[in-house]
Ligand binder design. Structure first.
Ligand code: TXE
Length: 493
């Protein structure tokens, strides 16, 4: 089994004798070990990153250099996609067909932010008087990115691309559960021409290595994708150190179905919204809100289609449902099902752990008819356990859609154009799709409200969040200034 070192100062380096095993969730076999990076090593890495930033080698590199490096990284990634797809499938247990679809798009994030680095312009304000006030954007410094296991490479690349485009020095701590693809990116960026030390990739547990990084007084921003508990753990020190946090946290996305949507199309939409990544995405359609006019037929078709989904070996191209990330995740899904039944929920299909050839962390795709205020309808499962809720009217769908503490993604399925817009407008969520779900693009801001987080990934917004705005005020007037005797005499004489 190979050991995958940290990527630090342009080389793979051993951080400690303590290692963490990375397990293939579909087979339960260890596939690699990674470092559990201790506090003193973390401190030394942050100091190196700060030296890198202060040297200006990247922070003051001109826009065309940043454009060239990020564009080359996109090309190199494209050339190695198959290797990354296999790695991603093995470490996440997600079906290879999903990883192919997702990874083919990741180079676009590097290209988008490369273009933004090259084209983003400063501005001049309408300042009163003979004054030119220019606004320029400067990189923040050393930024820390804490990334999860569900879309390891996509989420890390989104964040790395935005931060590098803006000229920061970046330290990424990938999830200890699926860090391997992100660790590979170090060498790739070096080949693309990124100066050594500008991107450091550091492995370890969140409560240790992640915490040490986030608590360093030398960093200038934290960008987290993870759970609310993690945000709560890092926020107090970030607040004390006066640094911003971008936080992409959980969700409980409602998927709203109206009678004008043909049932067959709606059913396919529900399968896609709910069961991609075995329900382990922050925008999983985890609450299906179905109008009563179509409820019975919709549910009958949905149950039939869900039961025929092909759960199996993620490396097989035909597999539609792969593993969940860990045994703990299987147990969490089981607990949600039991709780739902105690609350009077009706399990329509699935509901149990399963395996492939006696191995793996698998859970059956599960549909449970439940009430809008049940535990299942209110809390994030992060697995393939989906709440079905019958709603009597448009008003009820909107009310239920807005009734959780989360507000990240939501989708509205209706062929009544006016209704679709009306409902989308009233749903309180950072991202609302009409007749779509999971659609994502580097240009499209991504992030939630309420307990779903703070700030945005993607788009100009994400790039700007990695900069600080500097105002330079140039006085070209001939007016003498205050405390000049001649002026004082002229004014008051
Ligand atoms: O997340 P964690 P977990 C949500 C989802 C899920 C829950 C827990 O609801 O059920 O979070 O999942 C690092 N200081 N999402 O346990 O622990 C950790 O090492 C610094 C939604 O996997 O938040 C990893 O790199 N870092 C989400 C990263 O945080 C810490 C994706 C995420 O892990 C830390 C994942 C600490 N104290 C989970 N503690 C999404 N929005 O897609 C942990 N980490």
């Amino acid at each position: 089994m190979r050991h995958q070192f940290n990527w630090v100062n342009g080389a793979y380096q051993l951080a400690s004798r303590d290692v963490i095993q990375v397990i293939n969730p579909a087979t339960e076999s260890p596939i690699a070990t990674i470092d559990s990076t201790p506090q003193e090593t973390v401190n030394a890495i942050v100091v190196s990153s700060l030296q890198n930033f202060s040297s200006g080698v990247w922070s003051q590199a001109d826009a065309s250099t940043r454009f060239t490096v990020l564009s080359k990284a996109a090309n190199l990634l494209r050339a190695r996609l198959h290797e990354f797809i296999n790695l991603e499938t093995r470490q996440t247990g997600r079906p290879i067909r999903e990883m192919k679809a997702q990874l083919f798009r990741i180079p676009e994030w590097l290209e988008y932010f490369a273009s933004l680095a090259r084209t983003h312009e400063g501005c001049v304000t309408p300042f009163k008087g003979p004054v030119v006030n220019t606004l320029t954007r400067l990189p923040l410094g050393v930024v820390v990115q804490i990334t999860p296991w569900n879309h390891p490479l996509l989420i890390a690349t989104k964040k790395i691309a935005a931060a590098l485009a803006a000229g920061n020095s970046v330290i990424v701590k990938p999830s200890e559960s699926a860090p391997l693809s992100v660790l590979e990116m170090g060498k790739l960026f070096q080949e693309a021409g990124l100066p050594d030390g500008t991107l450091q990739i550091v492995s370890g547990y969140g409560r240790e290595t992640g915490k040490f990084l986030c608590e360093s007084p030398l960093i200038s921003k934290i960008d987290l994708t993870g759970g609310l508990a993690t945000y709560e753990a890092i926020a107090p020190t970030a607040s004390k150190n006066l640094i911003p946090i971008t936080a992409e946290l959980g969700g409980k996305a409602p998927v709203c179905f109206f009678p004008s949507m043909p049932i067959e199309k709606g059913v396919k939409a529900a399968l896609f919204a709910s069961f991609i990544a075995s329900g382990q995405t922050c925008v999983t359609g985890s609450r299906l809100l179905i109008h009563s006019e179509i409820y019975n037929e919709f549910v009958e078709q949905l149950v039939r289609r869900t039961m025929s989904l092909r759960l199996g070996d993620p490396t097989d191209d035909r597999t539609q449902i792969g593993a969940v990330i860990s045994r703990a995740s299987v147990e969490r899904c089981t607990a949600f099902v039991s709780h739902a039944m105690v609350e009077g929920g009706k399990v329509l299909c699935g509901g149990k752990p399963t395996d492939v050839d006696g191995k793996g962390f698998f859970f059956e795709p599960t549909l449970i008819e439940t009430k809008p205020d049940s535990n299942l309808a209110s809390n994030e499962v992060f697995g393939p356990v989906i709440a079905l809720i019958r709603c009597e009217s448009e008003e009820e769908i909107i009310r239920v859609a807005n009734a959780t503490s989360f507000a990240l993604g939501a989708s509205v399925w209706s062929n009544d154009f006016n209704q679709a817009h009306r409902v989308a407008e009233k749903i309180n969520a950072g991202i609302v799709w009409i007749n779509g779900h999971h659609l994502n693009d580097p240009s499209s801001p991504w992030g939630g409200f309420k307990e779903s987080g703070l700030g945005k990934e993607n788009g100009i917004e994400a790039y700007e969040s990695y900069t600080k705005l500097k105002s330079t005020i140039i006085n070209y007037g001939q007016e003498p200034t205050w405390f000049d005797d001649e002026v004082e005499n002229a004014r008051y004489g």
